[in-house]
Design a protein around this ligand. Sequence first.
Ligand SMILES: C[S@@+](CC[C@H](N)C(=O)[O-])C[C@H]1O[C@@H](n2cnc3c(N)ncnc32)[C@H](O)[C@@H]1O
Length: 530
Amino acid sequence: MGTLLGTRHFLNLAIPLVLEKSELMVLPALAELRATLSPQKAEVEKRELGQFFTPSPLADFIASFFQRPLDHWRVIDAGAGGGALTLALVRRVVMQQPRPHSFHVTAYEVDADALALLYPALAACADLCARHNIAFTSEVRTEDFIAHTTAAFDQTLFSPALRTFNAAIVNPPYRKLAVGSLSHRQLAAIGIEVTNLYSGFLSLLARLLEADAELVAIVPRSFCNGPYFLPFRRDFLARMALRRLHVFESRTAAFAAESVLQENIILRAARTACPPVTVEVSSSRGDLDDSVSSRLLPWAEIVHPRDPQAFIRLPASDHEHAAIASLAKLTGTLADLGLKVSTGKVVDFRAREHLRTDPEPAAHPLLYPCHFEAGALVWPKLGGKKPNALAVPVERTDLLVPVATYVVVRRFSSKEERKRIVASLVDPARLPEGTTWIGLENHLNYFHAAGQGLDPMLARGLLAYLNWSVLDAYFRHFNGHTQVNATDLRSLPYPPAEILTALGRALAVRAELPPQTQLDTLVADHCTLP
Ligand SMILES: C[S@@+](CC[C@H](N)C(=O)[O-])C[C@H]1O[C@@H](n2cnc3c(N)ncnc32)[C@H](O)[C@@H]1O
């Protein structure tokens, strides 16, 4: 459970409150300039650049994460945008005691509009530093951070010189990196395997920092559990010790003005190969005047020592902590149950010629998430948006599974939905007699026994367990988004088969799931081990 560090107020951490009036004068001018430039930028162009500007109060909160006072700051701000983060850090550093002698920033930015904001922001930094007798210097690199830095690591005769830093502050661009794209190839050439620009930026920064240097970043939470981020997690955690992680409970609040739906976290990490002993995990709702609650947790609770996926677990709410405690005694795995979980085989746009709107004699039932209600199979759904059948010969077993009892879990939930894990039962009794094969669409994960169906009672018990509110809260501590991957389901703890079967029997008479509170009591009675 860790040590509760208490609750503090968000704004108590923000430096602007201690600025002198004259220092605040530079800020409205910048805000005006930003207001004139930002709306002009077309959405497509912003997406292409992965561009979301940090609002000034949030930038101050991010800058407040630095812990190590430096005498000579040599900072890198990669993807500096309008300079909000560097400006916030300077606002903080001028208050540092003892006062530093110098502050240097190297800012990378490729977008001309952003540069028009960056230069005045750096002028404001210079002004602030001058007032506090701190020597300020800056270098703006108007070139691609990935191209330039990977070339420097290449160490050929014409490589640019490699500069290192003793601090980094970053809100990197968020965009998928296509395999084979130039940036992907440049990163791969120096051994960095990433699928997103932001993890590419973090990997490079980890290599540019000197011993013990701190990196403070605001990034999407997706890297904490996504299977595609595993090489990144391994690489980053081998070089950097996470010291603090901050979770926003609301998905949208951090970048409300930019309509960013990603769940974001702020992290502070230090450049060292020694893993941390404890990590501070803090959380706030996301509003900038919100309060921050904080706990100190053992590192082994953040990344389980034997977790092959190296998930970064972020139990933030009391609810999640209580769920971890409730499940602590369940140590079984899906493999112990002899089960597997896979993603539905039918990717509909790749099987267009086989899709049938209505059932046909020679076609097999095709099941989408819409074919399940309150945990029960409802097929066909005539007049709906989705096809109901798949007309392929049985030789196409790559698209079909034998008709049997399965448990399915939706891969995507909408953000309004109360629960992330939504499980349902494929009960063959609810399909027409004579059905031999079915198709499971790709928006479903399905539990099976080496490609075959599950024991019906075990399946019912598994259905109840997966729909348990406590399991949902547990799930949220390592999955911060609305996507439920098969890897995530494999990483859950499972009760032994006897318990699931007994639970299945207790539920067996119903087709639909009982109301949530009733279900929760039933599962808790069976699965809370003494
Ligand atoms: C998410 S924005 C953050 C901007 C700023 N750091 C802030 O917090 O307001 C990322 C910035 O990186 C810039 N960018 C995108 N790709 C880049 C690249 N390859 N090299 C340098 N900058 C890049 C974008 O133009 C954008 O301004």
